[in-house]
Design a protein around this ligand. Structure first.
Ligand code: 5AD
Ligand code: SF4
Length: 493
């Protein structure tokens, strides 16, 4: 009987990719996935540490697993990813029945560690060196990029894939735990990335999304040679079979003209730019140590509009950071009104022990004020998104069909959790057997979500869809049935 694995993933796209790769590695050792913890021989929680809430949810999930472990002591329970690196042994002290704690820089060891536990070796802890625990070189080496050659049969969808181009982060924004848990910024060699993308394209993958904490800071140096992010985009663009290349997340200061030129000139490169600003107040940006002023951001934003007028720009915001006054917050509101982002992810500041922010600044904005600002900014952004989406009514957009829509998926009982606030890819769930027509969801080149009625065989295709309705987050449309050429797509969507 094959062993059964249950895995739950919270957090960003990086975690989604990590889980995919861990699942693939365990499948190679004879594991099969199950969708419930009851049947599972091994339960893995792939975790996020960006906000306290994400960590507390994991401890609650562990609490729920305690009884299962008491009833079945042979069930292996593992905590992997950012919280494993952040809390290390603390996970064992809060949940002594956990068998495995493995940081994001050690994921390649998971299959061996699971086998060790199964063989009776007791609890296993594998984490990377803390940033100050050794030379940069030693710390870098302790954070290994986990990008084994991918097995096509193990990808969640055959036509889309995440590709890591960079691990870690060196920006050290004062609120952020990522540089501690994901380690120093390291760009992967371009030839590895290109080989992976070629392999994916050869297997029928049409869209890749390049992942990095600050993707546009990508730079790989060997000897005299230096590969910039724009060079990498150009090389990836040449790969036959790929139709779309997306990338997240961008750092405002590194949105250089060569990157914008690549986005403008290379048709396969998505004109979707996620460039978090975090705040509209210079006082807050300085405290956050973001490395730019609002004026710098405005200048960058104007260049984006000049080089790629149709680009869809999105942002992240933190409200209620230490010392944020009504006046600071008003400046954020002003910036949102001015930039009219396609959408924004808005977060209440969550103090992270171990960061400079926790050390230097009091978490002094009351929860109630954080909540009020969060709701207010979200309402404003939604209003803007809905207004701007009206421009698509009656237009044809080009959609890569991803799968059943969330409501179709919910009806089939699946759930996706995304602590970072980013859209998780839709779960692939079977429609009712007697319903050939189902609600499908896909995305445009600019990452706009489009819902329409179609059938299963359209999943994985790029189709023209006429938009007849829109709200803040979604365009609703109908498939254009007649044969159409690309000239029909009048709006850059
Ligand atoms: N509190 C709240 N939000 C945070 N983010 C990162 N760290 C924190 C924190 N301590 C947000 C930022 C980042 C996004 C992924 O999460 O907006 O861009
Ligand atoms: Fe965190 Fe700043 Fe790095 Fe983004 S750029 S991962 S917010 S430290």
């Amino acid at each position: 009987m094959p062993k059964k694995l249950y895995i739950e993933t919270v957090g960003c796209q990086m975690n989604v990719l990590d889980s995919e790769l861990v699942v693939a590695a365990l499948r190679k050792r004879g594991y099969e996935l199950t969708d419930n913890t009851r049947d599972a021989d091994t339960v893995l929680l792939n975790t996020c540490s960006v906000r306290e809430h994400a960590e507390e949810k994991i401890y609650s999930a562990l609490g729920r697993l305690k009884l299962a472990k008491q009833a079945h002591p042979e069930k292996i329970i593992g905590v992997i990813g950012c919280m494993a690196q952040n809390h290390k042994r603390k996970v064992f002290s809060r949940a002594p029945y956990v068998d495995l704690v493995v940081g994001p820089g050690q994921l390649h060891q998971v299959p061996d560690l699971v086998e060790k536990v199964a063989a009776g070796a007791g609890p296993q802890l594998e984490v990377s060196l803390d940033r100050k625990a050794g030379s940069r070189d030693a710390v870098e080496r302790s954070h290994e990029s986990f990008d084994p050659l991918r097995d096509p049969s193990m990808r969640p969808t055959p036509f889309q894939a995440y590709v890591r181009i960079q691990i870690g982060c060196d920006k050290f924004c004062t609120y952020c735990i990522v540089p501690s848990v994901r380690g120093p910024e390291q760009s992967r060699p371009p030839e590895h990335i290109l080989a992976e993308a070629r392999q994916l394209a050869g297997e029928g993958c049409r869209e890749i999304t390049l992942l990095g904490q600050t993707v546009n800071s990508y730079r790989y140096r060997t000897g005299e040679q230096s590969t910039r992010f724009s060079d990498l985009l150009t090389q990836l663009h040449d790969i036959d079979g790929l139709d779309r290349i997306k990338f997240v997340t961008n750092y405002p200061k590194d949105m250089t003209d060569d990157v914008l030129a690549a986005v403008r000139d290379l048709p396969k490169i998505s004109k979707y730019l996620h460039v978090p600003v975090q705040s509209g107040s210079n006082r807050m940006l300085a405290r956050m140590k973001r490395g730019y002023t609002v004026e710098d951001y405005r200048e960058m934003y104007a260049r984006v509009r000049e080089w790629v007028p149709a680009a869809a720009v999105t942002s992240d915001f933190i409200v209620g950071f230490s010392g944020e006054t009504d006046e600071d917050y008003e400046q954020t509101v002003e910036l949102v009104r001015e930039c009219r982002f396609k959408n924004s992810f808005i977060f209440k500041y969550s103090v992270r022990p171990g960061t400079k922010g926790a050390e230097l600044y009091a978490d002094d904005v009351p929860e109630e004020v954080k909540r009020r600002r969060n709701n207010h900014l979200l309402a404003l952004q939604n209003e803007i998104s809905e207004e701007d989406n009206q421009a698509f009514l009656g237009q044809d957009v080009e959609v890569l069909v991803e799968g059943p829509s969330k409501s179709a998926t919910r009806a089939a009982g699946a759930a996706a959790s995304d602590e970072a606030g980013h859209d998780a890819p839709p779960e692939d769930a079977p429609p009712a057997a007697d319903a050939p027509q189902l609600q499908l969801v896909g995305r445009t080149m600019c990452d706009r979500i489009v819902v329409f009625t179609g059938n299963r065989r359209q999943i994985g295709q790029i189709l023209p869809v006429t938009v007849f309705d829109a709200n803040a987050h979604t365009l609703f449309g109908e498939v254009v049935t007649q044969h159409v050429g690309p000239e029909v797509f009048s709006l850059q969507a």
